[in-house]
Design a protein around this ligand. Sequence first.
Ligand code: 2AM
Ligand code: CA
Length: 288
Amino acid sequence: MAEPINVHYSASGKSFTAVAINTAAKAGEWIKSKLGAYTSLNQKASPGDLVTEIDKGSEKLIKNLIMTHFPEHSFLGEEGVEPGPLASAEALESVKGADYLWIVDPIDGTTNFVHGFPFFSVSIALAFKGEVIVGVVYDPSRDELFVAEKGKGAYLRGKPMHTSTEATLSESLLATGFPIDPVKALPLNMKGLQAVLPKVRNIRNGGSAALHLAYVAAGRMSGFWEINLNAWDLAAGSLLVQEAGGQITDTVGTPYHLGVRNVAATNGRIHDELLQVLKEAGAAEYEE
Ligand code: 2AM
Ligand code: CA
């Protein structure tokens, strides 16, 4: 009988996780060294949707490193895809059948990066047949590297991470993000915000979905929801949350998969309550 595929190591014995960690750390150090030094700032779809040459340079660095180790793997990175939800969905569709697929956001939190607000990250995930098996989120400002391997837990500085213990929304600290699409996504998020805010301890919007997920995994926040994100914002963080004992679904409760764009991630204990509040507010169902 054929040997089962060991999803954690390549034929050469190189650990996928080691490559993900080294690559995220290198890219993170590089983008940090470029803070305040970008020279080209372009708007993608709107003034809230930004890209600099540092985003592109970071993605190139990451792709080169990963492809050097694993040339047969597939790669999905934000800067290789045209802006907008349709192009994102199509790009994901074209690669999601791949055996090994790296899903990369070279700077998650570009608006923060541009303004010098130190809350941005590098997000690198590896999926095997559509399931995330390695997730790394690196915050170069705090030199924090969050890492998870499927079935092996989630770690920060070598210590296991666990989601928080709050059992009700009333004792919870949540995160959300404000979508830039003023027509559909933003009004939906505002409805959710208005309904959730009076029920929780407070809400933060840090501006990096990947770091919000890492913070949920680390027990620093009780939960997070956001409308209309992309696969590269969520893939690595989804595994951090799951491996830290939390729960991640879309805003109507479908378990996380690579195509999820409207996300709810929590410590598990407040998950149903959060989804219920969003549902009652008419803030859970997003029509593309
Ligand atoms: P980014 O910095 O990689 O673009 C903040 O609310 C979150 O939304 C960030 O993770 C940010 O990722 C993401 N984001 C910003 N612009 C977006 C857009 N036009 N569509 C979807 N997600 C976006
Ligand atoms: Ca980005």
